[in-house]
Write a protein that binds this ligand. Structure first.
Ligand code: IPE
Ligand code: IPE
Ligand code: MG
Length: 249
């Protein structure tokens, strides 16, 4: 089946053979904790468990690339205690999960800036990426110290086209700027926690993404929620600026 058929025919899209790229803005950890009279970091800890659940569920749902927004460049502005707890949690996650990811064919990749991490964290990021590089079941991209606007600016600095500039070349620079291999565009963007905004996440890669907002707080996000979002995606009609053949008459 041709890719153009997948775009034009929603029934065909439901049988889409290519794995999905799903991106998630994992929001609501703080409110989850506050609602239970717990410190915000307790919400982040539960959030890390939800990450594990989601990573496990993703391949079963036809997801080939999963990009998770874990820490934005603007999140450095939070109180120092929350920032250091988040960095510690991220570091713990990498230490605990790298071996299992390697066993399960999950390729880990950390996207964003790298010049503000501690040397020890940086070392573990590089180890995780190298050690899981062969994984082909799922490409897991963790966005940490990530800002889409900064990524676009860095890509623009790297972009030196010899002839007519192409989107493909710019896409390569975008990937380079965030230390990622070149990936397909985002098919489905999910945001938990009830807000309906992008908060500087993947502004270039989501040009034609389907958006899905849920009031579920991230620590409560389950496999069934991910399945519901994927199901909603397949019920949508993606047109990419064109019109359906039937409508064209
Ligand atoms: C998302 O949850 C995690 C990070 C931004 C690190 P929040 O911490 O933003 O939770 P809320 O939005 O305050 O509930
Ligand atoms: C976006 O959430 C960043 C992450 C989920 C990591 P925020 O909670 O930081 O976003 P705003 O401040 O509500 O826009
Ligand atoms: Mg938030």
């Amino acid at each position: 089946m041709k890719k153009s058929d997948l775009c034009r025919n929603p029934a065909a899209a439901r049988n889409q053979a290519s794995p999905l790229h799903v991106a998630i803005i994992m929001d609501g950890n703080g409110r989850w904790a506050t609602a239970r009279s717990l410190p915000r970091i307790a919400g982040h800890r539960r959030g890390a468990i939800a990450v594990r659940r989601t990573v496990e569920a993703a391949p079963k749902l036809g997801i080939g690339t999963l990009t998770l927004y874990a820490f934005s460049s603007d999140n450095w502005q939070r109180p120092a205690s929350e920032v250091s707890a988040l960095m510690q949690l991220f570091h713990e996650y990498l230490r605990k999960e790298t071996e299992e990811c390697a066993r399960n064919g999950i390729r880990i990749n950390v996207i964003g800036r790298r010049d503000r991490f501690s040397p020890a964290l940086l070392e573990d990021i590089e180890y995780a990426e190298k050690h899981t590089a062969h994984g082909s079941t799922l490409h897991l991209r963790l966005a940490v110290d990530y800002s889409a606007r900064d990524a676009i600016m860095r890509a623009a600095q790297l972009f030196k086209p010899e002839g007519e500039p192409t989107r493909e070349e710019f896409r390569r620079m975008m990937s380079k700027a965030i230390h990622s291999p070149v990936c397909p565009d985002v098919d489905l963007l999910i945001r938990t926690g009830g807000e309906q905004r992008l908060s500087d996440f993947l502004l270039w890669e989501t040009a034609y993404a389907e958006l899905y907002f849920t009031s579920r707080m991230w620590p409560d996000f389950e496999e069934a929620d991910l399945a519901a979002a994927v199901q909603a995606f397949y019920a949508r009609e993606r047109r990419f600026g064109t019109i359906l053949e039937a409508a064209a008459g």
